[in-house]
Design a protein around this ligand. Structure first.
Ligand SMILES: [Zn+2]
Length: 422
């Protein structure tokens, strides 16, 4: 096919060169451009052995490797060693899979039992011509085109069935991708399912395997969502603080009202997928803070965060096992933390901008706290997050204060003008 296109292109080129009339030449050039486009569209890029930081248009990894040069990530190339399992390839899971594929993740394991429907087209990722394909196969088709370097595994199964659960667990344990890896064969499991039953199954498998996972969800009215990190024994598992519907043992399928369907928005799902993969990258590549829980309220643009400790009375036996192990390992953890602190002596942070023409000074947090002492009456151990917020809220006490403010503003305006002129 490619050889045929190539010879067709060269034939067109000679035809174009032989034509005396420039207007005819243009139409041949147009045909040639269209053929060129078809050729590019059909050609899948070949695999790339080593990630390179070389800045050329043909390098799909140059922008990602730049994270290293910018000092965000120590070793970006490590991403190729990691395996991530995504359970549920719907509005959140498919987008998360695409993001990880574009980031050059080593291996993706995709689980879903459903098929692509036209009703999914309000979301990102799947295309109308994929209707009828299983979601996992359609995802592999698209993802392998985007980045052939990623090892993709498609599991068309329902993890809530006995057989499905067994295959799910054994696929997580498979270490053929990286035989020297400790623990299971995957680095992280992402739960992107839309019901509690499936979440409880992921929770069960991860507690049994001592596997760290992240959970995600979008509300039925499509305007809120969350992501959560679950480390067996260390943080609350999904059964430690179950939603009421799970705790009361009601079958959630009986709660679904006939003819009423859940709403979904590509925006909310895209935001939640982005938060989930951002946390995944931070966790895998070891940068920034990995968030334990992050909520998203789209109506108020409110992002609550919190941390949840495991419940010593959790109903999940495997969770209690992991909690016991975590407590037993505490002395070893403390010793390792102490050794690490001793190995890295505290270095005074260097002042980066000692001389600046705008006279901006960066104040140490503790100084702000001291200057604020006495002004507030907070209980011991609590500090104001915005130390001087109260100062700004005071109404001007007299006309004199107002004049000063105006003078200050006038002064500031002059300074800004001077800066602009410079
Ligand atoms: Zn638990």
């Amino acid at each position: 096919m490619e050889a045929e296109l190539k010879s067709l292109l060269s034939d067109l080129q000679s035809l174009k060169d032989s034509l005396p009339d420039p207007s005819h030449q243009a139409s041949v050039a147009k045909i040639r451009a269209r053929l060129e486009h078809i050729k590019l569209g059909n050609a899948q890029r070949s695999k790339i052995k080593d990630m390179s930081a070389e800045v050329v248009d043909s390098n799909p990894y140059s922008r990602l490797m730049a994270l290293q040069r910018m000092g965000i990530v120590d070793n970006y190339e490590r991403i190729r060693e990691f395996s991530v399992a995504i359970v549920g390839i719907g509005g959140v899971g498919s987008v998360a899979a695409e993001m990880l594929t574009r980031c050059g993740i080593g291996r993706l394991l995709l689980y879903d039992y459903d098929k692509v429907e036209l009703a999914n087209m309000n979301r990102l990722f799947f295309r109308p011509e994929q209707v009828g394909m299983t979601k996992t196969d359609a995802a592999v088709q698209t993802l392998s085109d985007i980045n052939p370097d990623v090892v993709l595994e498609s599991y068309t199964l329902n993890i809530t069935t006995v057989q499905g659960f067994e295959t799910f667990v054994s696929s997580l344990k498979n270490k053929s991708f990286r035989p020297d890896k400790e623990g299971t064969g995957v680095d992280l499991v992402l739960s992107c399912v839309d019901n509690y039953e499936a979440r409880m199954v992921v929770n069960q498998a991860c507690n049994e395997l001592n596997q760290t996972w992240m959970e995600s969800g979008v509300s039925e009215n499509a305007v809120s969502g969350h992501i959560q990190l679950l480390v067996p024994g260390e943080t609350a598992c999904f059964a430690c603080a179950p939603p009421l519907v799970v705790a009361s043992g009601v079958d959630e399928r009986t709660l679904k009202r006939e003819g009423v369907c859940a709403a979904s928005l590509p925006t909310t799902m895209g935001v939640v997928a982005g938060l989930l993969v951002q946390n995944t990258l931070k966790y895998l590549l070891n940068f920034g803070n990995v968030t334990p829980y992050l909520g998203y309220n789209a109506l108020k643009d409110y992002f609550p965060t919190m941390e949840m400790k495991p419940n010593p009375q959790c109903s999940n036996a495997a969770c209690l096992e992991r909690q016991k192990e975590y407590t037993l390992a505490k002395p070893a953890r403390d010793a390792a933390a102490r050794a690490k602190m001793e190995a890295e002596p505290l270095v005074e942070p260097e002042c980066l901008h000692a001389d600046n023409e705008w006279n901006i000074s960066v104040v140490d947090d503790s100084d702000v706290q001291d200057s604020n002492a006495g002004s507030g009456s907070l209980p011991e151990g609590l500090v104001h997050e915005l130390p001087s917020a109260d100062e700004f809220q005071k109404p001007p006490a007299s006309a004199e204060t107002t004049t000063t403010t105006i003078d200050d503003l006038e002064d500031l305006r002059k300074q800004l003008e001077a800066l602009n002129a410079a």
